[in-house]
Each structure stands twice: as C-alpha cells, then as structure tokens.
Design a protein around this ligand. Structure first.
Ligand SMILES: *[C@@H]1O[C@H](CO)[C@@H](O)[C@H](O)[C@H]1NC(C)=O
Ligand SMILES: *[C@@H]1O[C@H](CO)[C@@H](O)[C@H](O)[C@H]1NC(C)=O
Ligand SMILES: *[C@@H]1O[C@H](CO)[C@@H](O)[C@H](O)[C@H]1NC(C)=O
Ligand SMILES: *[C@@H]1O[C@H](CO)[C@@H](O)[C@H](O)[C@H]1NC(C)=O
Ligand SMILES: *[C@@H]1O[C@H](CO)[C@@H](O)[C@H](O)[C@H]1NC(C)=O
Length: 806
C-alpha cells in the first residue's frame, strides 16, 4: 500500500517534470505581444521571465527579468523601446526579432541574426540565460550578447560590451576595464591585472560571483583579482547580484532580493563614487554640481550665455546663445570649475601655463572652445577643441575654466534644473569607494607635466608659470552643525593627531574627507581665518589639500581630503600583528622619501609665506591611492605661538620626541632646519623600517639612529636597510645615498644640515653627497629620546644658541 502510493508519486513526478520540460522549450513560431502582458517565456523554476515590460504611457520593452528587475533587454537601452503594438517573434528560420506592427507594415527594431543555423528551439535557463539552440547546442545566447548587465555564471570577455546611450563598458585584452563616453573618452579605468598575452591562449574575462564579488580572471595565471565587492557580500538564497551599466554612465553592483518585494534592487557598489565625475552626465556644456540637500547631482548651464536644451531635463545639456564663429568673442570665466579631461582625450591639448595664458591662448586659437587651468600644483592647462564639453563646479575644485562665448560674457550663478525620475533612482549609493577618477585626471596631469618638461619647445611656457598665479582654492566654510551631520555625529574616528582628533566624513558630492577637531588653539576668529587662508593657498601634489574649515564659537575644525592608505607609520614599521603586515617595496619607499622632501621644499622655499611644519613624523605623512606621499598638519604650528614655551611643549608632549630637533627641545629659536632634522629621522626610518629612537640589544642598547651611523661607517649598509625587503629589489647605491642624506639632516647643529631644496637634489642624484660627519656631538648614546632634554646642559644650550644665531 505504502509502496504503491510512493510509486504513484514517482510516476506523477516524472510525468510532471516531463511536461515541464516540454513547456519550457520554446518552439519556432512562438510570439510574445506587448499588448498582452500575461504572455511570457519562463525558466524551469520560474526565477527568470522573458516578457514585455510596460515602462510608461505607450513605452514598452522586451526583457528578461528577475523579481521584476530587468537583466537583459532586447535591442538595448534606449534602442529597444517600442510601443504597445510590438511583438517578439521567434521565427521558423531560427531568427529572434523585435518588431513593431503598424497595420500592414512591420518595422524591424532588433534581431538576433540567427536564421539558417539549424535553430529548432529556445529556452531560458535557471541562471537567466536565454538560448537559441540547434538540438542541445546553444547557437546564440543572451549571456554572449549582453546589453547592460553581467550576471552570475555569465562569462564577460574581451569583445563583449555593455551599453546605454553614449556610455559603454569594455574589457580590454590587457586585462584593463574601462568605462567610456562615445567610445572615445575613457572616464573610468581599472587595471587589476596586466596580461601580456604573448602565448595567445585566451583572453581575460570578468566573473560576477553570486556571493557579490566581481572578479577579473587572468587566463594565463588563473589568479583572480577582486575588482569589486558588494557591501552585502555573502551567501544568500533569494538574492540575485548583478553588475549593470546604468544610463547615467555609472556602473553599479545591485542586489535584488525576493523577500524585499517585486522590483526591489539595492546598490551595493558604484564604480565612479562622485557622479559629477562621469563624463557627459549633464550633456554638452552642462555643469554638474551638488547643493546642500544631499539630493544628488544637479545639472545646469555655465551662465546666461547659454540656455538649457530642455528646460525640464538638465541632463540634455546647454545651447550657446549666439554663434562664436560670427561674433565678437570673449572668454567666460568660471571659478572652481573643471572641464572633465581624461587624457589622452583626442580633442584636447595640454600645456603648462599660468592661469592668464590658459585663458588667452584659447581666446586667440580659433579651434579652441574652452580651457581649464588645473591650479593643483601641476600648472597644466587643458584646451578643449570638441564642442562637447562636460563641466563640474564645486567649491572644493581649485581649477578655473574658460568658455569662449559671444561678447559680453554674462557671468551669473549657474541656472539649474534637477533631473528627476529615472536618473535619480540610480543614484542611491551603496558603498563609497574612493576611486576618484578626478584624481586620475590630476595624476595624469602630473605625469604629462613631467613629459613636457623634457620638451624644449614648452620651456618658455614653463618659466612663465609661477605659483603666485594660482587661483586660490577658496576653502568652504562649514557650520558646526553641517560637520556634525557629515561625520554622522563624529562617529568614526580615524586617529588622534598632535592637534586633535580626526573623523571621517562624507560631503554631499560623496567625497570622503577627514575632519580634524583642533584642540588647545585658543585663537581669535580673525587670526584663525588668516591661517586657514595661508594653508589653503598651498597647492602641491605632496601636500594634503584643505577642503574647508569651521570657526564657530569655541569650535575650530579643518576639513581635509581623505587619504585612502592612511599614514606612513602603518607601512614601514613592523606591526605587532604580523599577519596583515603591509610592506612597501624599495622603489615605493624612495618615491615617498622624495615626495615628502619635495612637499617640504615647497613649504619652506616656494610658497608665499614660509611655513614651518614643526611636526614632521611618519604619522603626518599620508599616502594616497597611488602611494604618493602627502604631508598633513602643515601650517598648524603657526596657529600656536611658538615663542610661548607652554605652546611649544604642547607639541613636544603630544609629538614623538625622537623627531624633534635638539634646538626645539632646548627651547631655542627654531628655523626651517628643525624640520630638516625631523625629515632626516623619517628618512632613516623609511630605509630601515625601524624607529629612530628604538633601543634594543641588537643596537647595543643605544638609539637606533646612533647605531645606524656606526654600522654605516663600518660599511655595513645591509644591516641598516630594512631586513624585510627583498635583497634583489633594493638599489644599494640609492640606499647609501639616502642614508648619507639622512645623517646630514640629523646633525646636532642646525647649520650643517642641508636645506630641503638641497635634500631633493641629493636624493635625485643631481647634487653630490659628501661623507657625513657623526650626527651627534652628545656622544652619550642616551637610552631614551626624552633623556636628551636632561642631558643638554646649560652650557651646551648656550653653544647651540650661538650656533643658531650665527
Ligand atoms: C532556480 O534555479 C537556480 C539555479 O539552479 C537557483 O539558484 C534558484 O535558487 C532557483 N530558484 C527557485 C525559486 O527555486
Ligand atoms: C570565457 O569565454 C572565453 C572566450 O569565449 C573563453 O576563452 C574562456 O575560457 C571562458 N571562460 C570561462 C570561465 O568560461
Ligand atoms: C562621437 O564620436 C564620433 C566619432 O568619433 C563623432 O563624430 C561624434 O561627433 C561624437 N559625438 C558627440 C556628441 O560628440
Ligand atoms: C603591462 O606590462 C607590460 C610589460 O610587462 C608593461 O610594458 C606595461 O606598461 C604594463 N601596463 C600597465 C598598465 O601596467
Ligand atoms: C594572437 O591572436 C591574434 C588574433 O586572434 C592574431 O592576430 C595574432 O597573430 C596572434 N598572435 C600570436 C603571437 O600568435
């Protein structure tokens, strides 16, 4: 009895599944009608559906959906948009066609082009792949012909393209991925692997793992590289994760969960974190910006010399009033505005010039349409020759831009209209990744500068350029309340510096910032503002940039750009938890040493007011995305009155004494040579990976800096250089030079120490380095840096004092 009912059950199951298979196979001659929303072709377990979707009024498209979310669209977006008389036809000859039927005429919108290949059935499988098959062999699949989405189990490889409108996404044979506008402007790239495919075996591919990881697969080494990880990464039954190129030009990872209801999808990762950095987002001549409402980007026109193409949709761009080919022209000046440039952009020239030359060169050049002066320390001026230019306006941008218009220029606040509807839905932001492509612009800009320095024809332009010509990047003034909001109530503490605590914050344009709450600065408002102005007048690639400030009641805060890789000390010293130790290679260390020296040279010698840092140490040298050294906390010492001993001791107490020059500790007048001393100690630490004041049996219980000099004297350079470095990786001649420079810098007397400018020359090998004398005349080898104070007798202080004043 029991057995027979079980058999019945089995039989039922077999019959049922056989029927299901038949039902799932779609036969030639089948058609879906836009006018009948009930019709669909589904996957065996009903997860995926191919059907017409009603978009708006009389707009439909045929799509494969999961939980009501489209993952493939016949004809793409917007190409596949049709009306209610559209049909999706699986023809007898094997071709799949999207057509619009109007009475007796049928117009073809899109087709798979698969006639005559023996296709006799079609099916949609449980992973969302729709296949046209010859027997069991798939001839054409939606996974091989994607529109705007990459799905789990889909193999996205070289030659495949995702598109929406002017935007496209590509995977290059070198393993680099790229987001492009109109095929030519590459506004986002990621080079996770570098395939030199000499064997020609196969090409790299992208895989979206169902747990929410997008990885790059290297065909030769099969070492997958994570490209992106969704914020909800992890296994989950009813959640589909996919990557989509949205029509606003951004690429996002979404998850759609059945338990969140039909049509739900949440952004889990975004390629370009700042939407205004997507080229062309606001159309031609459109300017993208943010207001204070956190409501996403706003598109507007540069000034009343322009009018919006569509007053209801700012993303359609702007039209110039008048024709610059037949009128008296002038340059409209736009402060804090950048015309996005992603070199090499074919229709853009660059050269180094001061801000005035950037304006006038464009005005007199009949093919130039607009120009942008970077004013970020590179002095690069971009000249745009295309009539499609894409603007970004923000108080945090230092660049000034010019557009050629018919006289008179009518500068006014940009007219704006918010883009609502479709676009804004795509602007929910998941994880903020500081993958700033603006930063790429700046980096590449810097790179170009170096290239053009070698070219004699640009020499006159280079010499014209001077720092005083920079547009001052006016820092934004924040209210205390706003900063509370941006930091979520000072929730996430990044660290504790010599001048106060630092918190993470996110501005409305999604820029991540570090907010420093100054302590112990009993300064008047006016003086504080003066110092803020001085700091914000510094523009150098090796300095952390001040974005804004707050001065309200007793509150004094500074807002800096956030440095993704944190401070140098995390990288050069052996960490207690050796498991996640990050070691910088030799080349990187050399670049950091040189970059720091260049930044300091700028502070001491090149900017308008000489700025003594007074607190150079690895904790104040930050590393950006590309491991460039960026000095932080400069200018803060000026906020303290250094002639007041109590103020000086504030730094002394908070700072690490091993970096403070003897004259500082002895309360003698300090000059820029005090910074040189601190730099020398940092340089020694970069080379050795050990704290200069570290004391151990290995160093004969003396400070490492003293021991290092002796070993160096004995010719034992290898003992001093960081033992964790791979030997073959170290340039030993360079290491010798760095150590020599470091010993010159940490001379007890300020006068023999070189200037920072000289240090740069010596590091670069332009200037010779003599043999350094022993750094310390207090050859006592005191066991701890704090002992220096007690060991400086009053007579020695007088001696130092006379040296300093001589
Ligand atoms: C449908 O099949 C896919 C692939 O086998 C599976 O991941 C998914 O959970 C299934 N869905 C349902 C509703 O059974
Ligand atoms: C992806 O497709 C390429 C080209 O068709 C092929 O060489 C490669 O092996 C595929 N990779 C996977 C993981 O299926
Ligand atoms: C896109 O590129 C093509 C060819 O490269 C060019 O002819 C066209 O003008 C460009 N479109 C726009 C809007 O600039
Ligand atoms: C890739 O590797 C090749 C050869 O090793 C090198 O020439 C090229 O510059 C590398 N490209 C990138 C983007 O790193
Ligand atoms: C690699 O493949 C490309 C395209 O398939 C071909 O043109 C090229 O000659 C091949 N290179 C080698 C070294 O085999």
């Amino acid at each position: 009895m029991e057995l027979s009912s079980f058999n019945m059950f089995l039989l039922f199951l077999i019959l049922f599944s056989a029927a299901a298979i038949v039902a799932q196979d779609i036969l030639p001659g089948s058609t879906l009608h836009a006018s009948n929303p009930q019709q669909s072709w589904t996957s065996p377990n009903k997860s995926f559906t191919l059907s017409f979707i009603h978009e708006s009024d009389n707009a439909y498209f045929a799509a494969i959906t999961y939980n009501g979310v489209p993952i493939w669209r016949a004809g793409g977006d917007p190409g596949g948009s049709v009306n209610s008389s559209a049909e999706l036809r699986f023809l007898q000859d094997g071709n799949l066609q999207l057509v619009v039927v109007a009475g007796p005429t049928t117009s073809l919108v899109w087709q798979s082009n698969t006639s005559g290949q023996g296709i006799d059935s079609a099916s949609l499988d449980n992973s969302g792949n729709f296949m046209l098959k010859n027997g069991n062999v798939p001839i054409w699949t939606t996974f091989d012909n994607p529109t705007d989405t990459i799905m789990p189990e889909q193999n996205f490889t070289v030659g495949d393209v995702l598109r929406c409108g002017f935007y496209s996404f590509h995977l290059l044979s070198s393993g680099r991925i790229s987001l492009r506008w109109n095929s030519s402007v590459e506004y986002y790239t990621y080079a996770g692997i570098n395939v030199t495919n000499t064997l020609n075996v196969s090409s790299p591919s992208l895989a979206m793992q169902s747990v929410g990881i997008l990885s790059l697969l290297d065909p030769l080494f099969t070492n997958d590289v994570f490209m992106a990880r969704g914020s909800d990464y992890g296994p989950s039954d009813d959640t589909l994760r996919f990557v989509k190129l949205d029509c606003d030009g951004n690429m996002r990872m979404y998850s759609s969960s059945l338990s969140d209801g039909v049509g739900s999808r949440v952004v889990r990762w975004t390629a370009v974190s700042d939407q205004c950095e997507v080229f062309g987002f606001c159309g031609s001549f459109g300017v993208c910006r943010y207001d204070d409402t956190d409501a996403g980007p706003i598109c507007g026109c540069p000034s009343r010399n322009f009018e919006p193409v569509d007053p209801n949709d700012g993303r359609r761009g702007c039209r110039m009033r008048g024709d610059i080919r037949s009128c008296q022209t002038t340059m409209l000046s736009l402060n804090n505005t950048l015309f996005l440039t992603f070199p090499p952009q074919i229709d853009t020239d660059y050269f180094t010039a001061n801000i005035r030359a950037c304006r006038s060169n464009c005005l007199v050049d009949s093919t130039c349409v607009a120009s942008s002066s970077m004013a970020d320390g590179t002095g690069v001026c971009y000249m745009k020759r295309s009539d499609f230019i894409s603007g970004y306006h923000s108080q945090i941008l230092t660049s000034t831009s010019y557009v050629k218009v018919c006289d008179p220029a009518m500068p006014n606040p940009p007219v704006s209209s918010r883009k609502d509807g479709e676009g804004s839905a795509a602007l929910e932001i998941g994880v903020i990744v500081l993958g700033s492509s603006l930063f790429i612009v700046i980096l590449v800009g810097g790179f170009l500068l170096f290239k053009c320095r070698d070219r004699p024809s640009y020499e006159s332009l280079v010499s014209e350029y001077s720092f005083s010509d920079y547009a001052s990047g006016v820092p934004v003034q924040f209210s205390y309340k706003k900063l509370q909001q941006l930091t979520k109530g000072f929730k996430e503490k990044l660290g504790e510096g010599g001048f106060g605590s630092v918190y993470r914050g996110i501005l409305s344009n999604k820029m991540v910032v570090a907010v420093k709450q100054l302590e112990g600065i009993g300064q008047g408002e006016k003086q504080f503002r003066m110092e803020v102005a001085t700091i914000s007048n510094t523009h150098h690639l090796n300095l952390v940039r001040l974005v804004g400030f707050c001065s309200e009641g007793k509150h004094r805060l500074l807002v800096y750009e956030f440095m993704k890789n944190g401070s140098l000390d995390n990288f050069i010293f052996e960490s207690s938890s050796s498991s996640d130790e990050k070691i910088l290679d030799w080349d990187c260390r050399y670049r950091i040493a040189l970059g720091t020296a260049k930044g300091m040279t700028y502070l001491h010698e090149e900017c308008r007011d000489c700025i003594l840092h007074c607190d150079i140490k690895p904790e104040n040298i930050l590393l950006d995305e590309s491991y460039n050294a960026r000095i932080s906390d400069f200018g803060l010492a000026r906020m303290l009155n250094l002639n007041d001993h109590r103020h000086r001791s504030l730094i002394t107490v908070r700072g690490t004494r091993g970096y403070l020059a003897p004259e500082w500790i002895a309360n003698l007048p300090v000059t820029s040579k005090a910074d040189v001393y601190s730099y020398g100690m940092v340089l020694l630490e970069i080379v050795s990976g050990r704290r200069n004041f570290e004391v151990s049996p290995e160093t004969g219980n003396r400070r490492f800096s003293l021991w290092a000099y002796e070993e160096f004297e004995k010719g034992n350079v290898g003992a001093v250089v960081d033992r964790r470095l791979v030997e073959s990786d170290i340039d030993i001649v360079q290491a010798m030079r760095l150590l020599q420079v470091s010993f010159w810098c940490i001379q007890e007397h300020p006068s023999p120490r070189p200037t920072m400018g000289k240090v740069v020359q010596m590091l670069e090998g332009i200037a010779d380095v003599q043999k350094p004398p022993p750094p310390l005349f207090l050859a006592d080898g005191s066991a701890h840096p704090s002992a220096v104070i007690s060991s400086v007798s009053s007579s020695q202080m007088t001696a130092i004092s006379s040296l300093v004043s001589s």
